[in-house]
Design a protein around this ligand. Structure first.
Ligand SMILES: Nc1ncnc2c1ncn2[C@@H]1O[C@H](COP(=O)(O)OP(=O)(O)O)[C@@H](O)[C@H]1O
Ligand SMILES: [Mg+2]
Length: 180
């Protein structure tokens, strides 16, 4: 974990839950945020039980039942890191999942990566070495409920470079925290 850059000064610790469908750039953007903020980082994919990973790799969408044990692990991580700051990737596609993640009152902010469908398809077809097959994208898009106005969330439109997405997120955090 590196020291925060000057641009991150004054940003209050909380957990950033980098969310969106497969291929939206969660891992990429979370890595950039980690390097900028210097907060601990967890890849939510690694919190899945083995059975879930096998299921996804075989192209079968997860059910809610499959997702609850995983979401519980995500929430544990959020609760452990909220006070000092952290970055978690977690698709958090549905409102009920997101409500579950913040049910214990930890301070968090959803960073929703909004990417056009055709861009997602292109990215997933090019991506190597990941268990998530492009065929699962349709079910992910179907499950997705975008964060509503009453949720703690910012939207990042990722048509541009990862660096721009990170800069946009940092700018939104600074604005929320009144950093001048
Ligand atoms: N802003 C971006 N512009 C172009 N390509 C991107 C961008 N963000 C991510 N990618 C690429 O898209 C693919 C999916 O990104 P990834 O971070 O693995 O998504 P996720 O973790 O949400 O599944 C990767 O190959 C990544 O390099
Ligand atoms: Mg990822």
């Amino acid at each position: 974990v590196s020291a925060p850059l000057p641009v991150a000064k004054g940003i209050r610790p909380r957990v950033l839950v980098v969310m969106g469908v497969s291929g939206s750039g969660k891992t990429t953007i979370a890595d950039g945020l980690k390097n900028t903020l210097g907060w601990p980082y967890e890849e939510g994919d690694t919190l899945h039980p083995k059975a879930n990973v096998a299921k996804m790799a075989s192209g079968t969408p997860l059910t809610d039942e499959d997702r609850w044990p995983w979401l519980e692990k995500c929430r544990d991580w959020i609760d452990e890191n909220a006070a000092t700051g952290g970055i978690l990737t977690c698709s958090a596609l549905k409102r009920v999942y997101r409500d579950f993640l913040r049910a214990n009152g930890a301070e968090l902010l959803f960073v929703y990566l909004k990417v056009p469908d055709f861009t997602l398809r292109q990215r997933l077809e090019r991506r190597k070495g990941h268990y998530m097959p492009p065929s699962l994208l349709a079910s992910q898009l179907e499950a997705l409920e975008e964060p509503a106005a009453d949720e703690p969330a910012i939207e990042v439109s990722v048509q541009h470079s990862p660096a721009e997405a990170v800069a946009h997120t940092i700018g939104a955090l600074r604005a929320r925290d009144g950093v001048v």
